[in-house]
Design a binder for this molecule. Sequence first.
Ligand code: DOR
Ligand code: ZN
Length: 346
Amino acid sequence: MVNQLTLIRPDDWHVHLRDGDALDTTVPAAAKYFGRSIIMPNLKLPVRNVNDALFYRQRILRHRPKDSQWLPLMVLYLTDDTSKKDISEAKKSGFVQAVKYYPAGATTNSASGVTQLERLDPIFNEIQESNLILQLHGEVTDQNIDIFDREAVFIDRHLRRIKEKFPELKIVLEHITTSQAAQYVEENDQYLAATITPQHLLYNRNDMLAGGIRPHLYCLPILKRDIHQKELIRAATSGSKKFFLGTDSAPHVSETKESACGCAGCFSHHAALEFYAEVFDQADAMHHLEAFASINGAQFYQLPLNKSKITLVKEPWTIPEEIPFCGSQLIPLAAGMALNWKLRLP
Ligand code: DOR
Ligand code: ZN
């Protein structure tokens, strides 16, 4: 039985740090585990160009703990007005790694997202030419498409076409939630990969809805049936290079989630790596955790692997019921639950 595991320091390829006071909590939490984190650009005023990214990056770095080498990797937010110049300047900056597509109205702070994906072809072409990464929030938002089908419909309606038209565009299908997504990515070429969150590996829609609504499990794309959860576990733990860690940790103060119209998002950075360790251990696949957490993503983004290492030990602990956040509190993912794995702090 494995009781300890040392791995190359992992990276988080998808996180929401927010801004202002939130950075007091989110930046040290990211720096505790990760070498680098891909910072989602869906602020109240989204990160639309290289200047926005530069100033946001500076605000983030002011919160980095003194002894930490952690680096934020910045992302531009696509709008209907994004220009080719925005993309080429992002590439030149050296600190913007990717461009994020949110369909307008899909999720938190997505009002400025894209209204007609087909009109982005010239921008997709520029992203392909620049060798930046296109990150997709892969859901359609039509009112007549059931919320549980939105990811699968996105693949059929949009992703297949994008893949055909831009064969060398590097795409990450973010936070996949369905067997259709896992299989589509797995069977596709080396230009397509996917991130997988801890909540989609640990839970299914029964956990969120049976016996009472649990708003702290509400995130987007929404948790699906257990058959999809099982397929995600299989894909993540398979050793395939196409899947990697993206926590999608997305904090909201508890009042905004425990509400008549609650916000989407789960905060998971209090146990970011331990959650994945739990899943990989249960699947008897601890030997694949390092590739998923520390290698596959860096290779896809064409970045060097981190030089330092971290160690996980098998040592039971209990997740706190709440965490102070922005003058209030948030309820962390799996609050009150016992975990078997723990990061060994230096
Ligand atoms: O659940 C989610 N929360 N999904 C997203 O796409 C956005 C995120 C957030 O920013 O809260
Ligand atoms: Zn996200």
